[in-house]
Design a protein around this ligand. Structure first.
Ligand code: SF4
Ligand code: MSK
Length: 671
């Protein structure tokens, strides 16, 4: 039976999204939101109890004691399904990392058109981590050796993945003891597929061990490589002023929206959009130039480094086209809905696929290679400009928010201690004193089965009141941005007194936007540096910290969760568990759920839980933080120990309406 159709307000808390959903209803156009309403979720598949890996099935196991035709149990089937998802997520992130490493190699060898090494300091710092000599060598020489080392991680067959050495020593020892240190990225992903082929690994515990090993190829492998190389080539992010939401689209300009994940093409499009030749071409077409914006993590990549506005997160991809004002949506890899092509047909938008790995039936394909990057970027922009004349009526929601993104781990280190004594000491001290109760990372996707952005932002607001410092990435960060929560000190009146004092003293916002989904590795680096700083134990699992993905939907999210758990974190997901196994109590099997929670906690100190109810999610976060504080012997959290801000400027700001506060702080014009 189809679910009841939800109202626009029930589908999203975002007024821009609501406006576009009303427009969709008026025009009789479907979206992911309406399709989610019409498509009942499958209880059996959703709980991981359906196996279709061989032609004797599909086998749907619905009762305790049921087995598949081959005799596979619910536990085996759930574990196999989860391992496959984690392998797919790790593969997606890692293949992104591989392409970045190849681009670094091409730049080092002068064969990549338009690129250069922008952050030589980061290149040198990363090279030193792998004992690559840097003294007296040109950046290209160092980059060439680093690229070779990184490329080798994918095909390595034996030994240990090199970046694993960047984890705390105690953590590395746990992984070695458990035999889960990855040998090579591709090897572990291939082995995950082999083990889960019909008639192979059929022991849930043994399968879940490999889930850990596979996920580590992502967090301490492919994703980490992607972040390192992106910083080296395009610059390590530092705070700047940006804007988010559909109101960043412009009626008088050619709107080009870049969507997906990789920064290689989007960085070139940013550069090409400022080329005088392209600006002239746009003017000749009757527009005032090219207006670039992003969706999903491509948005985060160019927002963090260039301040290019974000048109929105995952569920905004269709809504951007719905404005009628987008000449081209340029996509690379991951999180791209096939629905875009049909939707674009109803407007004038061109969907342009660019990756050799991704074509979508009906889309225009302009393949991108780093050897001709700048020329391709200009060709894509010309296509968009040529399409400007086909624009019909538009409706751009007048909704946008300012934000301050750009908190790389390097910048956080600098911000806390200053150039000459960069250190995590002030953060550790603030946690130890109880001014900051703990840290939470709110990351991950949107899911149209829930109310867009509600869980992300509600959890964030409640944790801030409890003096929990927040770091955010991916679509969660864009959700917070759209609600004005990444506005630096302007949001401090929403924050508990201790956290507020720290933010005012250091001059940092209470919600730090750390980048895209591959940049979750920045969070691992911060946690490692907090351990190295001392005072919060000798491993990541001892830090009062929690990871949350309240609106997750992708397999990449499951890979991220698993590598964070393996690294010692408590990770809470909203929505439904892919291994719940008990919809309507059809089965009592919960072995895999127990392995990923209690089982992993016993070994790794971290655990993965699925908690759909928002208040329970918040309470579980606070309970875990307090438990870790107590284990470290830190004072019990007491909000009354720290009084209201004494900073007169802050108190004056607090009295102002939000729009005035923004203009007072950033010179941003009030709406
Ligand atoms: Fe069914 Fe076993 Fe084949 Fe899975 S592997 S589809 S459980 S017969
Ligand atoms: S884009 S993986 S919806 S965060 Fe990274 Fe957003 Fe999730 Fe895609």
């Amino acid at each position: 039976m189809a679910r009841k159709e939800r109202t626009p307000q029930e589908r999203s808390i975002d007024p821009a999204a609501q406006q576009m959903l009303i427009r969709a209803d008026k025009l009789g156009i479907g979206t992911a939101f309406s399709r989610a309403d019409q498509m009942p979720a499958c209880n059996i598949g959703g709980a991981g109890m359906c196996c279709k890996i061989c032609g004797m099935g599909p086998c749907r196991l619905t009762k305790e004691g049921h087995t598949g035709v081959c005799g596979a149990t619910i536990d085996t089937i759930q574990a196999r399904n989860l391992v496959r998802s984690i392998a797919a997520g790790a593969a997606a992130h890692s293949d992104h990392g591989r392409d970045m490493a190849f681009t670094l190699k091409a730049v080092a060898n002068g064969t990549a058109e338009g690129y250069r090494i922008k952050d030589v300091a980061k290149l040198r710092n990363v090279a030193v981590l792998y004992d690559i000599p840097i003294e007296g060598r040109a950046p290209e020489e160092i980059a060439d050796e680093l690229a070779d080392l990184y490329i080798a991680q994918f095909g390595q067959q034996r030994g240990e993945l090199a970046p694993v050495r960047r984890a705390p020593e105690k953590r590395q020892a746990i992984w070695r003891e458990q035999g889960v240190v990855p040998r090579g990225i591709d090897r572990e992903v291939v082995e995950a597929l082999h083990r889960t082929h019909m008639g192979d690994d059929q022991d849930a515990n043994h399968l879940m061990n490999h889930a850990i090993r596979t996920s580590l190829t992502d967090g301490w492998g492919g994703s980490l490589i992607a972040t390192d190389v992106s910083d080296i080539l395009f610059g390590t992010p530092a705070p700047l002023l940006g804007e988010a939401n559909l109101g960043v689209l412009k009626d008088d300009m050619v709107n080009v929206v870049v969507h997906g994940h990789e920064p290689t093409l989007s960085e070139m499009i940013v550069a090409a959009s400022q080329d005088p030749e392209i600006i002239e071409y746009a003017k000749a077409a009757g527009a005032n130039g090219v207006n670039l914006s992003g969706i999903c993590c491509t948005a985060n990549e160019i927002l963090m480094r260039q301040g290019v506005p974000a048109a929105g997160n995952f569920l905004h991809q269709e809504l951007a086209i719905m404005t009628g004002a987008v000449e081209a949506m340029v996509v690379d890899v991951q999180c791209i809905m096939q629905a875009l092509v049909n939707l674009a047909d109803k407007f004038h938008t061109k969907v342009i696929t660019t990756s050799p790995k991704v074509k979508i039936t009906g889309a225009t394909h302009i393949e991108f290679h780093e050897t001709s990057a700048y020329s391709t970027a200009k060709q894509i922009l010309r296509e968009a400009i040529d399409n400007f004349k086909n624009r019909d009526t538009t409706e751009i929601p007048d909704v946008r928010e300012s934000l301050v993104p750009g908190f790389s781990h390097e910048y956080i280190n600098y911000m806390l201690g200053g150039t000459y004594r960069a250190s995590f000491r002030p953060l550790n001290d603030a946690i130890m004193s109880g001014r900051i109760r703990g840290v939470a990372a709110i990351v991950g996707c949107n899911n149209p089965r829930g109310q867009q952005d509600y869980l992300h932002t509600h959890v964030a607001k409640e944790l801030l009141k409890q003096d929990v410092l927040l770091v955010e990435t991916g679509c969660g960060a864009i959700a917070a941005a759209k609600l004005g929560m990444l506005l630096g000190e302007a949001g401090l009146d929403q924050v508990g007194p201790g956290l507020r004092q720290v933010c005012e003293t250091i001059g940092m916002p209470p919600v730090l936007h750390m980048g895209s989904c591959v940049d979750n590795t920045r969070i691992l680096t911060v946690l490692t540096q907090m351990v190295e700083e001392g005072g919060l134990g000798d491993d990541i699992d001892q830090i009062p910290a929690v990871g949350l993905a309240p609106e997750w939907m992708s397999e990449k999210a499951l890979a991220i969760a698993t590598y964070c758990v393996a690294s010692g974190a408590y990770v809470i997901f909203g929505g439904t568990s892919p291994v719940s196994g008990m919809p309507d109590k059809m089965s009592d099997s919960d072995l895999v759920s127990k392995i990923i929670s209690e089982g992993w906690e016993e070994i790794y100190g971290g655990k993965l839980e699925f908690i759909p109810e928002v208040n329970e999610m918040i309470q579980a976060t606070l309970d875990h933080i307090d438990k870790k504080r107590a284990a470290l012997g830190l004072p019990e959290y007491d909000p009354d120990r720290f009084s209201r801000s004494g900073d007169a400027r802050m108190l004056a700001l607090e009295e102002m309406p939000l729009a005035d506060r923004r203009s007072a702080m950033y010179g941003v014009a009030a709406d």
